[in-house]
Design a protein around this ligand. Sequence first.
Ligand code: TRP
Length: 329
Amino acid sequence: MEKQRIVSGMRPTGALHLGHYLGVLKNWVELQEDYRCLYFEADWHALTSEYKNPAIIAESTEDIVHTWLGVGIDPERSIIFRQSDIKAHAEFFLLLSMITPVSWLERNPTYKEIREELKEKDLGTFGFLGYPVLQAADIVIYHADKVPIGEDQLPHLELTREIVRRFNFLYGEGLLKEPKEILTTAPRVPGLDGRKMSKSYNNAIFIHETQAGLKEKVMQMLTDIKRMRRKDPGEPNDCNLYPFHDYFTDEAKRAEIRAGCRDASWGCVDCKRLLIKNLEAEFAPIWDKIAFYKGHKTLVDNILHEGGSRARALANITIEKVRDALRVG
Ligand code: TRP
């Protein structure tokens, strides 16, 4: 049987960090086992908020693909491409915009929240309002069965389904496919200062960190503030560093850490050293692969080119059906 199709995108607006690694990328890598996956860099979506600084998009578009390949997104199995290489997304976006009520977009909770949050960015643009319509086009153009997303993106997927239903109602049942979500429980990855890890808070550990950089960052991480001195006992549940052991340290060792923290036989530095060691073990092969791809530009260009051709072939099938349905050229 033909594998089900997965579509997901990421906005290239800066380097990827452990939050992306744990919350999105590990999951993307696993999904390749059971699904036909299309993963793309949503550079047009990035423009909706970064239109004043397109250089950052160009830069991170290159960077991110190295990271994807480094963590194990496999171009043999998955289609990897850049959104703006497939112009049919834009055409589909335009056509879907004809049938999408503005009121649906204005009441979208993500839209309201982000406009509030990023007040300094001036997001009162037509493009930003239309963000979910472009996202619907990205997904539906490939007849995606499933879309792996975090909870914050659920309203966008619901809108996608509403647009599909309206399209099918107007032009013919079954023309477009309604996608379902695969909800990824994005872990709340704390940053160096205890707030959510985010590039804009300047508290992130990046995937492509150097060994020295990684060490320095872990060493400066906040732990349980009750442990002022080495002999003060602590509580792993109140510690900003301990959650990382959940991802990178096996359970036997974690039990030892928890007990050791509570009776102060383990110090925070011991705990940090172990985490550094385990992070290095996980990321050393990834760093090697990232360095390899960085040094092989033609190879990476070819991967994106090849992915683009395969994506385009699939997108063209849908866009032709849609043009026919709307009687346009
Ligand atoms: N809006 C998504 C985000 O910010 C990125 C995205 C764009 C996307 N198009 C998509 C995700 C299509 C899934 C499917 O994370």
